[in-house]
Design a protein around this ligand. Sequence first.
Ligand code: HEM
Length: 537
Amino acid sequence: MLTSSVAPLAVAVLSVVLLSILWTQRARRSHLPPGPPPLPILGNLLDIPRKLCVADYQPLADKYGDVVYLNAVTQSIVVLGTYAGASELLDKRSSRYSDRPSLVMASLIGGDWLIPYSGYTDLWRQRRKRFHEFFSATAIREYAHAQEVGARALVRLLLSTPENYFDNVEFAFGSTIFSSVYGIDISSPNDEYLVMADEVMRIIKEAYTPGKFLVEVFPWMRHVPAWLPGMSFKRKAAEWSILLQEMRNKAFDAAFDKARRGDISPCVLTAILDKGSNQRQLSEDEEALARDVCGVAYLGASQGSSSTFFTFLYAMALHPDVQRRAQAEIDIVVGRSRLPLMSDRPALPYIDALVNECLRWMPTAQLGVPHRSMADDEYNGYLIPKGTLVLTNTRAIGRSKEHYVDPDEFRPERFLKDGQLNRDILSPRAYAFGFGRRICPGMHFGEASLFITIASVLHALTIRPGLDEHGRPSLPSSEDVPMKDGFLTYVSLRPRKASTYVLCADTPKYLATCSRRGLEPTVVTVGARTSIEDTRS
Ligand code: HEM
């Protein structure tokens, strides 16, 4: 009796609850930013460009505007196309937008300490704070020498094997960060630390590719035994976690040993040791933190600097006028008998402007690195739901007419006024290195490395278009040039005429040693031009 009278009431209540849920969801959806209409269940999965690369994404931006909303099954994605939008959300409201997407594979490979990928956690805050201490604008002055040595190593390699410039560039930036962090000099691309770090980079790329592993869609799979069919991801993760730990510890242990013996040049590790609670001794926690900070530096650094340098090479081949102007500035300030030094930087504003222009014209992370929102938010009347992945179209910002005149042109002088950097023009460091609490903590190091490497290479070499199969100069349009791959065959490097200098790691010391021992510095003839090269390494 009771049952028969309650049943209709229960059905009515349930219907009201369901309707109100549906109504709320619909109302929420109607406040979302514009985007392609979603399909049932899949959402916009089929609209999302496979690699979410900027060229594929642009038609969506052209159609739906500066804030585009996409939904991949259950994952909300927002792509911001203006500096104002990105700065408002990611800089000003940084406390709500500083998380990262969390991936099961990341925790299976033990990657919680990897600053770029970890969530907005206490562990991340601690590591990031420590990282910043050793890579602030002031702290990086300590590594100027290592950066100069790296730039010279690259010049030497490019003079001897210009056709291998791709590997040479990657090696030079990799070895520079290694010696800045661990005080370890790396003399060959086959060095075990470098090989290991590159392998780890490859693993990280694979492990952090969204949708690559089914376990990201069905997280319960992580609890299924590894020997069952379809569980190869678990075996992979176990192997990878060993490699990741090896990479974190091997160079650190070797450098730590050298530091204890006092047999190491100033580097991040020595700076950490000097700041430790007890001279050159670290507590267990301090040591774990130090291992993480040092390990992350190589992984963070390796991508940004070299891909911006490839942009530079391409831009120089395309714009010989810019190249000539940059070389003229270097020749006047530095002269032809030595390579540029970091201390020349204040007198080389055009080179600084050139670095800026490379970062603006083709930013490395063209859709930024995803930030994840931590609470519902509202922007320009649109709802940005909690858990949304926010991407920034940094390429569109760099090419925006709102900030730059003739934005598609490669013109470093846009950043200069009265021979100095013009602070009124939006600097690419405001977006090319990301935003807010997640902004790249290695930006000062990265910029300085680019400056000295670009100045040194321009001093020694001329960059020209590569040749096509008929031997004619050929350069694809910038739209067709991928950031790295496929870009190799298009540039050729030639030594500049009439420059003679010493290409060794520590020129004054080398010359002093030569004169003390009554030795002549080694002279090597390269192409049309004579240079003096240190053959010790
Ligand atoms: C031209 C060179 C570089 C460029 C263009 C660049 C760009 C970026 C970008 C776009 C991000 C993502 C920021 C965000 O999420 O908003 C980032 C993060 C990061 N970068 Fe760089 N970077 C460069 C050099 C370096 C160097 C030299 C280091 C290390 C010494 C480094 C270490 C890092 C780290 C650790 C993060 C993660 C920050 C976090 O998630 O909290 N980067 N970088």
